[in-house]
Design a protein around this ligand. Sequence first.
Ligand code: HEC
Length: 428
Amino acid sequence: MWNKGLASLGLLLLAVVVYAAVPTHGQNSGPPGRPAVPLPEGEGKATVQAACGICHSLRQVTNAGYDRAEWDTVLHMMLNVGAPLPPGKFDTVLNYLAAKFPPKPAPAAKLIPGPARVTITEWVVPTPGSRPHDPMYAPDGSVWYSGQMANVLGRFDPRTQTFKEYTLPPRSGPHGLIADKDGNVWYTANFAGYIGKLDPRTGVVTKYPMPDPRARDPHTLLFDGPDRIFFTVQGGNMVGRLDVRTGDIKLVTSPTPRSNPYGMVITSKGVPYFAEFGSNKIASIDPRTLAIHEYVLPHAASRPRRVAITPDDVIYYSDYARGYLGRFDTKTGAMTEWPSPGGPRSEPYGITIVNGIVWYSESNTRPNTIVRFDPRTQRFQTWAIPSGGGVVRNMVHTPDGSALWIACSGMNRIGEVRIAGASLTPKH
Ligand code: HEC
């Protein structure tokens, strides 16, 4: 897109409109009229000034802190969504950003030995700046990911070690993804307000647009059976249900304003629960009436981001803001929490449970970690992610529990965490 550059005002306006539909980070002010943000002197300043404050505040840039490789990925992400960065200026801007906005101090990963053995392998995805957001393990043994900023769904075949990317309708910004029994992949179009179905055999996408424009950013989606998808809408502050036979979509607004409905699980009884990342609550959805019931977590400062569930309906959540692992028993209402090994600023994020073990990632330690928590012994064990992780926003496990798959968003990779001996000792 950049090669059309500034000449295409229409494209820029389009990009601004698209960005307006994306949840912005808290400190961003809206488009025109936003206060000037001073940039440090240096070669590349003028280009950054001209190209980087169009869709979001320049504060998005000045508040950031990355190493050179991470800035390289960020710049590719911005090019992918249409930033007018002239090709000849790429290296100048990269040098400028890497020199002026280096990584911020972050807690060191706390590496704790323990009884489990894992092997972590990572693969760089084909398109630079993809921001692999969520991973998915398909019934045929392939691994999928949403390339949010490259607007693709990617498929990786671990047997042949090959990737295939499916380009989605323009500016979809794919986020959550889930397989159905017929081999289709359903995804939330986080930038474009629809749920999509990709048929990998034909590449054809069917769109199910949100019936209300306020539901602008569908986020996480789950099947509760063959015919219905439940989903969260983060910035739109809603949850919804899609009937895939009729295309009918029902939406309800979360009782708490700006509660940012985020990660979701469904209990063995078919009741969806979601984390309110904008508040200290976890909420259930009546699958029939869509009535929402909120459960307040003990700490006002908690911000549960992702959730995972045991076969007997105990929810574990990553408390991103306080650096805790939390437990909420949906049957008794009991709540318990443990400080995450990396400390209050470790930012626990992607989480899953398999064979009775909780696995998650700390997204702000350097490097990011894989954390294993055994509820029986209440012991933690941790590993460093070789690439550094770059924020693991979600993780899944294979059905036999022999591996986790992670998406390393800022490192433009997907990864496998192979768990030694796990499939030989399944426990439920
Ligand atoms: C065409 C619109 C657009 C332009 C122009 C643009 N950005 Fe962005 N930027 C985005 C979007 C969309 C996001 C993702 C926001 C989100 O996920 O909440 C983003 C996010 C970011 C982030 C946060 C990254 C992250 O992973 O959360 C940084 C840093 C950033 N932009 C820097 C830049 C720089 C540097 C430039 C200039 C080269 C630039 N942006 C120009 C659209 C744009």
